[in-house]
Design a protein around this ligand. Structure first.
Ligand code: VG1
Ligand code: CO
Length: 542
């Protein structure tokens, strides 16, 4: 057995997007494809003598990719790789292991909410020693390396048995196979009042958690059913499958419609939640009421002090730019800083590391805190449970009370998927070119106050990220944001984000699509969506 050097040549298009490199699985399985990208990571961050964490969401090709990555780590001189049993780790659990073991980073195999399977999606991303996704400077360097790569290193020897816990060796490199759930579950117990939640369960509180046949199944069974004593069957679709049962493991009202139907039906439990492919997203639903992710972030920020980990208050709150400004209102009331970052969790890392914020969130069903450096689906569920246990009110009551205090930010995202990429880019270019002419004009009866293409100036390291989405603000405070997705693997996806503020409690019970109707009309007229991309209706509304 020895380290072999394999000749290769650069492969086009290995540019990481919002969250790592995502491609169709058959693309990732092509000769040298995975190897080139992983070698580019090691060439960029260095591997000799280092310790890494490795795991993935269990999708098709996860197991074989893990063997390749381990053999490449060994051949590149890594000292140790800590890997979840069966090559499984949820994204937040991987982030925690990177931090807990003070490692030099980790490789996560996931395409998150994208479907999995032989003809679906696969992905790889690198996380830094702080546990968070590599920042743009690093992903750019990795991409640059993929463009002049000439060889990669691979250990030549048999596979490691990743189903057996404990120590193994690949040449000089140690491989430590760990239980994917244990350390993460312990972390959750240290943050929340499990006794209070258990007491609520004993008193009759019921819940449904839909793991969507993805990675959170084992975590949810352990934490919700075993440690918190919820009834068996609380967790559904709890066995991770390589193709996620053929579904989109994307927790939103469209893809988690079975849970939605149950929560809106006559026999709904008190609380419902779902998580995505890699366990970093969450959807929250009360009996008869859906909680938008932007509202969830605001409610969590306003009530976090009810959980032990946040008893001392929050340092600040950060949200991605398209996320509704509901969280900003909470920050203002608490007298703490509010930050607006570009889409993608990698932009929160610096703020968290610098102690500038404690809770972060995105409108795309992502919420998290400084306990790890990724968004964390089960963390959000447990914080909600802790709040419910302390306040002893229903989700609906808490939400209505929140709107009464802060006003309601009606919010929705409209996705137009599988578009012709050229047409979508042209539409965005035209819109960007029109920005200087917009302020002061009227569209569909709404007056535009400001427009720009969002640029983020990182207050911690001074880096600037431009071109992060077109923002249009109206005189009445309403807002439209348009950007193209950076996680898709087919054509382009246009994301249209819509927001309207309503202070009057008498008008807090509207259907968001109705409340937003004028804003939606203005967005279509402004961007010429029908004319430019040939669609007048979104595929997915959240
Ligand atoms: C989407 C979401 C973004 C999220 C990203 C990764 O990106 O909009 O908020 O951070 O997915 O989430 P985009 O570029 O497609 O809009 V996950 O759970 O797929 O890692
Ligand atoms: Co995810």
């Amino acid at each position: 057995m020895s380290a072999h050097i394999h000749k290769t040549h650069p492969i086009e298009g290995q540019k990481p997007g919002t969250s790592g490199l995502r491609k169709k699985t058959p693309v990732f399985m092509k000769p040298h494809y995975l190897e080139n990208f992983v070698q580019a990571i090691f060439d960029t961050v260095g591997a000799a003598g280092k310790t890494f964490v490795l795991g993935g969401d269990g999708r098709y090709f996860n197991d074989r990719a893990a063997q390749v990555i381990l053999k490449m780590a060994a051949a590149n001189g890594a000292a140790r790789v800590i890997v979840g049993r069966g090559a499984i780790l949820s994204t937040p659990a991987a982030s925690h292991l990177i931090r807990l073991n003070r490692t030099d980073g980790g490789i996560i195999m996931s395409a998150s909410h994208n479907p999995g399977g032989p003809t679906e999606d696969f992905g790889v991303k690198f996380n830094m020693p702080n546990g968070g996704p590599a920042p743009e400077a690093v992903t750019e360097a990795i991409f640059a390396r993929t463009r002049d790569i000439a060889e990669y290193r691979l250990w030549d020897g048999p596979d490691i048995d990743l189903d057996r816990l404990g120590e193994a060796r690949l040449g000089d490199m140690a491989v430590t196979v760990v239980d994917p759930v244990a350390d993460y579950a312990t972390l959750m117990e240290s943050l929340f009042d499990f006794d209070a939640i258990r007491a609520m369960v004993t008193a009759g509180f019921t819940m449904r958690f839909d793991a969507m046949c993805a990675v959170t199944g084992p975590y949810a069974h352990e934490i919700l059913e075993r440690r918190l004593g919820m009834a068996e069957g609380t967790v559904v679709q709890g066995t991770p499958l390589p193709d996620f049962g053929g579904h989109h493991p994307d927790p939103n009202p469209t893809w988690a419609h079975v849970l939605m139907d149950e929560m809106m039906g006559p026999d709904a439990p008190d609380f419902g939640a779902a998580s995505d492919g890699d366990g970093d997203r969450n959807m929250i639903v009360g009996r008869g009421i859906y909680v938008s992710p932007s509202d969830s972030l605001a409610v969590l920020a306003a009530n976090a002090h009810l959980a032990p980990a946040y008893r001392g208050g929050l340092k600040g709150v950060a949200r991605s730019m398209p996320t509704s400004t509901a969280a900003d209102r909470v920050a203002k009331a608490l007298g703490i800083e509010a930050f607006e970052t570009p889409t993608g969790w990698k932009f929160f890392g610096n703020l968290l590391d610098a102690g500038r914020c404690t809770i972060c969130g995105e409108e795309s069903f992502g919420t998290g805190s400084d306990h790890v450096r990724e968004k964390d689906g089960l963390w959000a569920v447990l914080l909600w449970l802790n709040i419910l246990a302390v306040r002893k009110q229903s989700v609906a009551a808490i939400l209505r009370d929140h709107w009464k205090t802060y006003g309601r930010n009606y919010y929705s995202r409209h996705d137009f998927e599988a578009l012709d990429a050229r047409a979508a880019e042209e539409m965005m270019s035209r819109l960007k070119a029109s920005i200087p002419t917009l302020p002061g004009t009227e569209i569909e009866g709404m007056s535009i106050a400001a427009a720009d293409d969002f640029a983020y100036h990182d207050p911690v390291d001074g880096s600037v990220s431009r071109g992060q989405g077109v923002r249009i603000r109206f005189v009445d405070g309403s807002r439209i944001v348009l950007r193209l997705s950076g996680t898709g693997t087919e054509g382009a996806t246009l994301r249209l984000y819509l927001e309207r503020y309503e202070p009057d409690p008498a008008r807090h019970a509207m259907d968001p699509q109705e409340a937003l109707a004028p804003v939606i009309r203005a967005a279509h007229a402004l961007a010429g969506i029908k004319e430019q991309i040939g669609r007048d209706r979104p595929n997915v509304i959240t």
